[in-house]
Design a binder for this molecule. Sequence first.
Ligand SMILES: C[S@@+](CC[C@H](N)C(=O)[O-])C[C@H]1O[C@@H](n2cnc3c(N)ncnc32)[C@H](O)[C@@H]1O
Length: 288
Amino acid sequence: MPARPFLKWAGGKGQLLPELTARLPAQFRRYHEPFVGGGALFFHLWNSSRLRHSAVLSDSNPELIACYEAVRDEVEDLIALLLELRPRFSDREFFYEIRGWDRRPDFAQRPRVERAARTIFLNRTCYNGLYRLNNRGQFNAPFGNYRNPLIVDPENMREVSRALQHVDLIVSDFAAVLERALPGDLVYFDPPYVPLSTTASFTAYTHQGFSETEQRRLAEVFLALAAQGCFVMLSNSYTELACSLYAGQPVHERLSASRKINCDGRKRGMVAELIVCSYEPAAVTSPA
Ligand SMILES: C[S@@+](CC[C@H](N)C(=O)[O-])C[C@H]1O[C@@H](n2cnc3c(N)ncnc32)[C@H](O)[C@@H]1O
């Protein structure tokens, strides 16, 4: 049974996977994903036995990494907690009560497995599955009013736990990958995208946001890793800024993808995406 992402994450790469895999290097050493989010490419690589060496998954969102750690190290306790929470999925008051935990001073002292169960429960029951924080770093997506949300799939959780057993999980800024990656490693960057228009901006995965300065800093890290002998792959929106930052890379292509989560959940449709690789892929074939 394949391991599937256990969180719904804005910018999830599900549908771009065939395009990304068609552009992988033939072989690579460690795999690094510094904006892990839902981890779609990591799970795909694991399921297709492409991970010969260990992997490092990181993200600046500490609650997200706490979820991955709890799945890796305490999966049965996590499943039990989620099964306990499941009957409360339609209880609006309960939703706002546990959403409010991060407004309390003792939040960081709560056991990690409880914080992880809260994040997963909120992710499954909040409006549009959007992980959204306000500028104080507090979860602020509203109640979603679902009829029958999937709160936990125990078999998938156990499979995910197996996939994570030899994975390093780190809360860090993306630039820290420079200290970890060695020649021959593969680094996949899936940053918060450059907004298509100023009103289309959805960059609130963490309360710090992701500005043009951050996009430029990321492009510098991309180039430094490539110069260091790593295989570097990146996706972003097909915008003037993103295209210009990676001009001249061996792969610089425009693809179409339908975007599922937007700041306005009603706006779904085809958007152009940019894929960049710092190397010539093993074989660029059109996915079936
Ligand atoms: C587009 S999402 C990744 C989607 C993911 N690849 C997937 O398939 O679900 C971007 C992620 O970047 C993280 N992030 C934002 N700023 C960051 C930073 N400076 N360093 C590391 N991670 C950051 C967010 O917490 C979010 O999880």
